[in-house]
Design a protein around this ligand. Sequence first.
Ligand SMILES: [Zn+2]
Length: 187
Amino acid sequence: MANLNPTEEQQRTTAVELLGRDPRTPFTVKTFCPDGSPQVLLADPVFKEDGIWKPFPAFLWLVCPRLKALVANLEQQGQVREYSQRLKLDEAFRENFMNGQKEVAELRVSLAQKIYPGELPEHIREILAETTVAGSRDFNGVKCLHSHLAQELAFHNNPIGATVLTQIKNCSEKDHCGTMRARRSEP
Ligand SMILES: [Zn+2]
């Protein structure tokens, strides 16, 4: 971390502020809001601490305060259940969803193997290969809209996230997502 240039260091500081905690696993900023503040973070999908493997299948973190608030509203309206229903009933939608989950699972495994070459235990590889982006073993379970939107923003392969995005719209210049955070933290 010592050789981060000031811009990267600033990005990291803002990302940690937006996340609300300093994560133990390393991460990079995957997408930005139009005002330049971090929008989606990509964390290492696995982390080794004191010789113990800790897998993080939910490795994409939505940190934009605007999107987080709007998605929380949708969840409060019961849309997690609505999307779960749609996965059950709409075959084409489910197929797109499954393909996206497979792509992300493969990405997680290849990232983990790159970070820990030749070291990754089989049971950890399995968790990374067989869990949804929301950290669920049930591929028909939606669980949380934030992670699906994060996947759509990061990789454009999550139809739940894509539909959420048509409902709430991606951030624009006039949203000032970064200053939204500053306003919120005022007493
Ligand atoms: Zn934003």
